[in-house]
Design a protein around this ligand. Structure first.
Ligand code: PRP
Ligand code: MN
Ligand code: MG
Length: 178
């Protein structure tokens, strides 16, 4: 599809939202001796690196891959664990980081799986939230920016695997010719 990109959330706005998220997280985990931050690949990789650099205390990182969209733009609902964590989370304080929550299918599936492993606590931080798209109810404790139902890319989010590297979030606008 021929398209253009329109900036929706600037780098500066992203940084402000991250500062607010990190302040809340630092306050909530101030008494905890270690926090395991888990990123869902690939979308979370950018926000993960920006967020952990704002966190205090003993922070550890791990990653897992749970993919549902594939090359389509619509969630299939069939969420697959493609790559699991490298370690046990039993008794750990875990913060799950996502780039976006849309239908909620990915996070609800991953949340159920991680909860079954008996962490000391488990909370979710998602940079973007499309609340009007929710199909499954998920408790997201830390949110950066709520957005309307637009197709967005950048800051980890892709369109057919492209544009993840953009330092801002942009709306994909179809243009003439196709
Ligand atoms: C995207 C996004 C979230 C999920 C949100 O991931 O990064 O993980 O979809 O959608 P949902 O709330 O409807 O489940 P995707 O499956 O496209 O993989 P990616 O992170 O590798 O882009
Ligand atoms: Mn993802
Ligand atoms: Mg994707």
């Amino acid at each position: 599809m021929k398209h253009t990109l329109e900036v929706m959330i600037s780098e500066q706005e992203i940084n402000q939202a991250l500062d607010t998220m990190a302040e809340q997280i630092n306050r909530d985990y101030a008494g905890v001796d270690s926090l395991l931050v888990v990123g869902l690949l690939k979308g979370s990789v950018i926000v993960m690196s920006d967020l952990v650099r704002r966190l205090d205390g003993n922070v550890q990182m791990d990653f897992m891959t749970a993919s549902s969209y594939g090359s389509s733009t619509e969630s299939s609902g069939d969420v697959k664990i493609v790559m699991d964590l490298a370690q046990s989370i039993k008794g750990r304080h875990v913060l799950l980081v996502e780039d976006i929550i849309d239908t909620g299918r990915t996070l609800s599936k991953v949340l159920a799986l991680l909860n079954s492993r008996e962490p000391a606590s488990l909370a979710i931080a998602s940079f973007l939230d499309k609340p009007t798209r929710r199909v499954v109810d998920v408790d997201v404790k830390y949110t950066g920016v709520a957005i309307p139902d637009e197709f967005v890319v950048g800051y980890g989010l892709d369109y057919a695997e492209s544009y993840r590297q953009l330092p801002y979030i942009a709306k994909v606008v179809p243009s003439d010719g196709e």
